[in-house]
Design a binder for this molecule. Sequence first.
Ligand code: SF4
Length: 555
Amino acid sequence: MASPTRETPNTGRAARPKQRRGEGQWALGYREPLNPNERSKKDNHPLNVRARIENIYARAGFDAIDPGDLRGRFRWYGLYTQRKPGIDGGRTATLEPEELDDSYFMLRVRLDGGALTTEQLALLGEISQTYARDTADITDRQNIQYHWIRIEDVPTIWQKLEAAGMTTMEACGDSPRVILGSPVAGIAADEIIDGTPAIEEIRRRYVGDPAFANLPRKFKTAISGLPDVAHEIHDVAFVGVEHPEHGPGFDVWVGGGLSTNPMLGQRLGAWVPLAEVPDVWAGVVGVFRDYGYRRLRHRARIKFLVKDWGAARFREVLETEYLKRPLLDGPAPEVPAVPIDHVGVHRQHDGRYYVGAAPVAGRVSGSSLLAVAKAAERAGSARVRLTPQQKLVVLDVPESEVSGLRAELAELGLRADPSPWRRGVMACTGIEFCKLAIVETKARAQRLVADLERRLADIQSDIDTPVSVHLNGCPNSCARIQTADIGLKGQIVTDDDGTQVEGFQVHLGGGLGLDAGFGRKLRGHKVTAAELTGYVERVVRRFVAQREQGERFAQ
Ligand code: SF4
């Protein structure tokens, strides 16, 4: 792994004199930091913060931490301060960010492709029990997220993780974050190609390389031989496709992203063989690093560059300036009629089975992860994967062990035959721990699932198409609300008595795949938290009563 000392990469281009304000693109000569985040990254490369955590902060304690490290560079190692308990969302707007800081941290472990051995899963559980008050959430980016981490324990946690081949490096920050991959890569009967070697090679070559760790903003990647990783909403995605002459490879998408300006990615129309994915990935990241907009944080994602340039110009710059060769043209991937979440029992191409099980909104615990690892091993498996839908999948289960494993998982609250609500509900971290949150999400998702299972039991058998309900705690879109059938964006709303209470702006009819598009935000379509269950119940009953044969929610 490269040493994190170089400040900024040399792009090899002569800096042109600055003639107008521009967008802060390095490739056009705008090297002067234009906002505090760019200044912080230039003054001291974020990857250097690891040494200070190990040598200073973990010994001297929370109060010794430099604020620039605490609220900036720590993210490059997966660390955010968590929200002080008891501070509700309604007050947040009047508080300075430091007033929301607790002295405990959220720590995100990046698990590229969501891939884990059962030994690694057990270790994640043990770390949670020892250092994180038994907390663990499966995120919709296939990470494990801990809470209640003390700075004093971070070096020891890193040692344990790294000894087992795991890391928190670049789990957050303006860097290439965890790479999404198919949870069933290498085993799915209908997979076009296994993207795992490309994921591993990118991680080996580029994660921790300072030349790729000061990007304009975060950078999200998905690589999968199946359309099961929400590829349309990634900064870059490689999706399995069969080329008529060259065989299996990947179709390249760039410029997708959600948050407050959601955009679907665009196809470059290029086909890339497996061995070339890391080079093309590095080229795309290079374009973003050098041409990305650094002046304004809210325009710094690659999607704004792709929107302004268009896919054709992006491909031309990628080919001529970065790859120094043209890419082959290729076909588009097939899109699934319904989202693929790998829940349930499925036969692998080798005759064994994988078992996908659903916690509610990704909430598990260290103890349950440890128990899953043991149950999987008893069933003859040594591998588990986390999914982009906050679920987990046990791989390589012999047929004779499937029913026993299912029963053990169900006892842990992880059902392989979940209700549509347990299966379709996702939630971000929310006000329990997130400093940006306006409303509570995880516990609300738990209650919502339980309520819907009870109140909609009479029509559950009529729901043969998934209905996704995603809850966000603020306008950011960590739970992908714009792509849900029912997307719920947390905000303070006014109830019938004129009181300001927690609630949600509703987005209806979003989806990916065949129905890719963002949900409609109907003006004034807001619901208080207290009315939430009743609202979802009404929408679902109306959908079931009025839909045509085979109609999906997003249609
Ligand atoms: Fe926090 Fe908002 Fe993201 Fe939820 S959507 S985790 S509240 S930043």
